[in-house]
Structure formats: structure tokens, C-alpha cells
Design a protein around this ligand. Structure first.
Ligand code: FEO
Length: 395
């Protein structure tokens, strides 16, 4: 691929990673990803905004060569994570004149993570500006989107916001802009759920800060750019601020069919009562899909058999994930079965201490469900409906 011109003196010089299927050896990437970097040429100085993952360094270097970039005066490091900073050492080696512009915290981290010499940095305060001649960069500190050192860069004259991970999406595409908004919405929501949701409260403040700027284009460091910025700003506002919806997320697994029978019964009961249910069989679930469902859910019901004395290991994994992601869920319950005893409910409840939730009476039974067990599941469904109605939750 070639560098792509946004307008005179402003180029996308990043890399599209079509083949990557896992990030951090943890997060599924069903649609690949991109590492976006941008070159900004002012009348006097040139800045490179972020670099690319080290596996794609050759692509960034080729793009800069194709543009006959010459001198790079500044490399703006919005974020220290290696998918954006990983090619920084090579850029600095090729451009001994270049200074790395970052927050003080990002400087500390890049010194530690990539052994960048301290003398190469220009640390900037929140609101500081840097002149490129006829263009001006403004730096907006925005900690915890999603590391403590993160900042955004605003190109004043062109009204372009470079927010790095904020508003990003893991999406490999030749579309420079979010033209297929339905597809980008799904990818951006998945990205928010996996990466940003644990910091929802802090992101609320950063989102309010960003909305004080006049923005014509949002150019994140993953996925397509937003030439209709209100599209992604409205989406983030709904994910971050709005109440949860009349949705139950039901991650579950079953070893001999008993828990599945209970899950199926509860699903039917909830659906008959007007609740949307999102089911995830943890034997085959893409955890990104589960994370995405948690963005809007009001209730989580976990379904698990008892393995030895505790929950199934896949359920433990899901409970750990839910606890780490801190969704705006209000209610949690547990259903499942055991053969001769166990401590599943206590163990699972203890694993979700980050959540500010009400625990609804679990339904955990010995053996195959009998009439009284189905009645208990109906009662759980009734309770969920009442709780959702009391909060006036919408679909
Ligand atoms: Fe895309 Fe936090 O790195």
C-alpha cells in the first residue's frame, strides 16, 4: 500500500495488518487491525504522529521513503504501547534530529519499555502547543484511555483530532474513512468493550473534554477515520453515559446437559416476559463478542456445572473477564447444578467484587431439574423483570 493523502501536507502513513488474529495473545481480532500513523508537514517543521507495531515497521519506513519525507522534527507519542511506539527506535535512529513529544509519564514508560534515551524527549503539559510554522499542534492530556500516560493531539488549523486508541477499532480495511458505518460501529463497540470499558468513569471526563473542541475529522490509530465525528462521539456517549438496557447476558457451559436445560428454560421464561437475552456458550465463545454484549446489559446470569468443588474453568475465565471489564451491569445471578456438593456460588460471587451489583438469589440444584427448580427459574426471571422495570430500562 502507498501513503494516503488526507490533504496538502497531511498523510496517512500507517500499516494495515490483514492477517493478525490475536492481540496481546488474548484479544481476538476477527477483522485484523491497522496501526495508523500520520505525517504532518508544516511550513517550518514536520511531525510524525505515532509509529506502528514493530512487526510492520518496514511499511511505515517505506511510506516515509515514498514521500521523500526528509527531516522529521518531532515524533508525537500519544501512547507508549508498542503497537504505536514499537517503531520509534528505528525512526529515531534514522532521524537523529527528531524529538519525541509526549507526556512526562509516557516519557518514563518509553524509557523503560523501549530504552529510548531520556535526552530525546520533549515532555509537554496539558494544553501545551507546538508550532510547525503554519500549523499548530495542541496536546490534550487524557489519562487512562487506556494507560496512565495517554494524550491526544489536536491539529488546530485543520481541526483534526489524533486520539490514538480512543475511538479506535480493530478493522483491516482499505477504507480510509468510516464509510460503512454499520461495520465500523460493531468494530468500535467491540474495541471499546475490550479496551476502554474498565475506565468508563475516567473516559466520561475525557469525552467531555474532547467535546469542547471543534472537530472536523477524528483520526485514531486503529481502524478508519471519522469524517463524520458525531457518529463515533454519539456512540461513545451512549456506551459511556447511558443506562443499561433491558438485556440479560447469559454466559454458560454444560458438561452433561443439566445446566443447559436450566439455561434454556430461563431463556424462554425471560423472553416470554419481554427481556432480550444474549447467550454465550463458553466452550466456543469469542470473548470479544461477550465483552461487546456487556456494554449494554443490565443483568448477567452465569450458568455453570460444578467441577470438583467449584465452577467450570471456562466460567472462572468469564467471571474474571467480567470483573476486569467493569460493565455498567446492575444485577448478577448464578444458575447451575452439582452432583454431590460444592462452593460454586460463593467462589463466583467472590470473583466479581469490582462490580457494583445486587446479587439475585441463585438457582443451583442437585442433579437434573425438577418442577420446583423450574419454578425457581421462573421466579428468578420474574425478579429480573421487576428489577429492570423499576429502573425503567429500555430495549
Ligand atoms: Fe493500540 Fe493501547 O494500543
Amino acid at each position: 500500500m502507498k501513503p494516503r493523502k488526507l490533504k496538502d501536507g497531511i498523510y496517512w502513513v500507517g500499516a494495515v495488518d490483514w492477517d493478525r488474529r490475536l492481540f496481546d495473545d488474548l484479544i481476538p481480532l476477527p477483522d485484523g487491525t491497522s496501526y495508523n500513523a500520520y505525517l504532518i508537514q508544516g511550513s517550518e517543521k514536520t511531525a510524525l504522529i505515532d509509529t506502528v507495531d514493530p512487526t510492520m515497521s518496514h511499511v511505515l519506513l517505506s511510506h516515509l521513503n515514498q514521500l521523500s519525507t526528509g527531516r522529521i522534527d518531532y515524533v508525537i507519542a500519544n501512547h507508549a504501547e508498542q503497537d504505536h511506539s514499537g517503531t520509534l527506535p528505528q525512526i529515531l535512529e534514522r532521524h537523529p534530529e527528531a524529538q519525541v513529544v509526549s507526556t512526562s509519564k509516557c516519557k518514563e514508560m518509553l524509557v523503560d519499555l523501549l530504552l529510548v534515551p531520556e535526552g530525546r524527549f520533549l515532555a509537554v503539559e496539558d494544553g501545551a502547543t507546538l508550532s510547525l510554522g503554519d500549523r499548530t499542534l495542541e496536546f490534550i492530556h487524557a489519562p487512562w484511555v487506556h494507560w496512565p500516560e495517554t494524550m491526544l493531539t489536536y491539529l488546530r488549523e485543520d481541526k483534526i483530532l489524533f486520539p490514538c486508541d480512543f475511538f479506535g477499532s480493530h478493522l483491516a480495511t482499505t477504507d480510509l474513512y468510516a464509510t460503512d458505518e454499520g461495520r465500523v460501529y460493531e468494530a468500535a463497540k467491540r474495541y471499546y468493550a475490550e479496551i476502554m470499558m474498565p475506565f468508563r468513569k475516567i473516559i466520561q471526563k475525557n469525552l467531555e473534554k474532547v467535546q469542547g473542541y471543534e472537530i472536523a475529522l477524528i483520526a485514531p490509530s486503529h481502524g478508519p477515520m471519522y469524517d463524520r465525528p458525531e457518529f463515533i462521539l454519539e456512540a461513545y456517549n451512549s456506551w459511556v453515559f447511558d443506562a443499561p438496557r433491558n438485556i440479560v447476558v447469559l454466559p454458560h457451559i454444560s458438561m452433561h446437559g443439566t445446566t443447559r436445560e436450566m439455561v434454556n428454560y430461563l431463556v424462554n421464561s425471560l423472553v416470554e416476559k419481554g427481556v432480550t437475552v444474549k447467550l454465550f456458550n463458553l466452550a466456543v465463545t469469542d470473548i470479544g463478542e461477550l465483552a461487546m454484549a456487556l456494554v449494554d446489559a443490565a443483568t448477567i446470569v452465569i450458568g455453570s456445572p460444578t467441577v470438583l468443588t467449584g465452577p467450570h474453568p471456562n466460567v472462572v475465565n468469564a467471571a474474571y473477564l467480567v470483573n476486569a471489564l467493569r460493565p455498567k451491569v446492575k444485577f448478577v445471578s448464578i444458575i447451575g447444578s452439582y452432583g454431590w456438593g460444592g462452593k460454586m456460588v460463593k467462589q463466583l460471587a467472590g470473583m466479581m467484587s469490582n462490580l457494583n451489583v445486587e446479587i439475585l438469589d441463585p438457582v443451583v440444584i442437585r442433579g437434573y431439574p425438577r418442577d420446583k427448580d423450574f419454578e425457581a427459574l421462573d421466579k428468578l426471571a420474574d425478579t429480573i423483570v421487576e428489577k429492570h422495570k423499576a429502573l425503567n430500562l429500555q430495549r
